[in-house]
Structure formats: structure tokens, C-alpha cells
Ligand binder design. Sequence first.
Ligand SMILES: [Zn+2]
Length: 184
Amino acid sequence: MKLSYKNSSNNQLLSRAVLVLNANYAPMMVCTAKRAICLEILDKVDILANYEEKVNSPSVTLSLPSVIKIRDFVRYDNLSVDLNRKNILSRDEHICQYCGDKNSPLTIDHILPKGRGGQDLWENLVTACKPCNQKKGNKTPEEASMPLKRKPKRPNRLHYFYKYINDKQEEWKPYLFMEPFKIN
Ligand SMILES: [Zn+2]
């Protein structure tokens, strides 16, 4: 079946975001509706919710999937985020957590310095501009009188899904722990 039509509204619908759940309902990723329909045709997924809109071709009318669940469980720690420089910067929104600057070159600072037993943990690593990192040196924030803008936390991937949600993604919310499931 051919899913790319010249019809531009169909193309827009086919690029609509679809929430993909693991076989145990854990949120895994977001894919396009086009990909979701292909997976459905291959019998790899169950459709849990559809958008209101339909995709029309000359011969068929297809439902537009909104939430799908894969049939075979994938071993995948879906909610953890790798601890690395890129993800620390992203958690801190590329803002120095000491002075709020975002224009200076950014570094990663150990809140409790490494030389004093500070570990490589989400809770001990923050984005710091070069001047702040140098000024803080081998001190703690308290010793350097440089309080943190906010307490650093381990991020989780739910934020990744939240970015996709607007008024059309109501169906996603129960699967992302944003509202309780309705119990009949
Ligand atoms: Zn700074």
C-alpha cells in the first residue's frame, strides 16, 4: 500500500506524532503516523487510540493512530537518561547553574569537587560557565558563596514526551502518568 500521497493534508496527518508503548505499556518513543500505520500493517503493534482525523486515499480510508503498543516486549530502560555532558547541558537548559549565564562557554562542574570525594552523579553534576567553574575551584557552593539556581536532579524521559503534547494528544496523558486511568 502506498502511503505518501500528493495530497498535502494527508501528508501532514501522516507526519502526526504517535506515542509508542512497550508491550508492558511503558512509554518508549514517538514516531510518525506513517510509521505507525506501516507497523500496524506488519502486525507488529496494537492500536490503543486513534486521532479523530482519517487519512483518505482514492481506495481506502485509514484511521490515524495516536497511541500504539508493540506486541513483542523490547528490553529497554525507557525512562532513564544516559549521564553524559550533552544530557547534563540539556537538563540545565544550557544555563550556568551558578550565575544564570548562557553565553559563556559552558563546562560541567562537580558540586562536591572530585578531589574531595564528589562522584559522577546526576545530583553532583551541573552546568557551569567557565568563569564560575574557575571561581568555585575546589570549593563547595557554600564555601564559595555560590548558591545553585536549583537542586540538580536525575532527569527522566517523560519530559521528552511532554514536548509533543498539545490539544490533540489527550489520549496520551494516561499513558504518561499525567492523569489517572478511568476505571469502569
Ligand atoms: Zn556562571
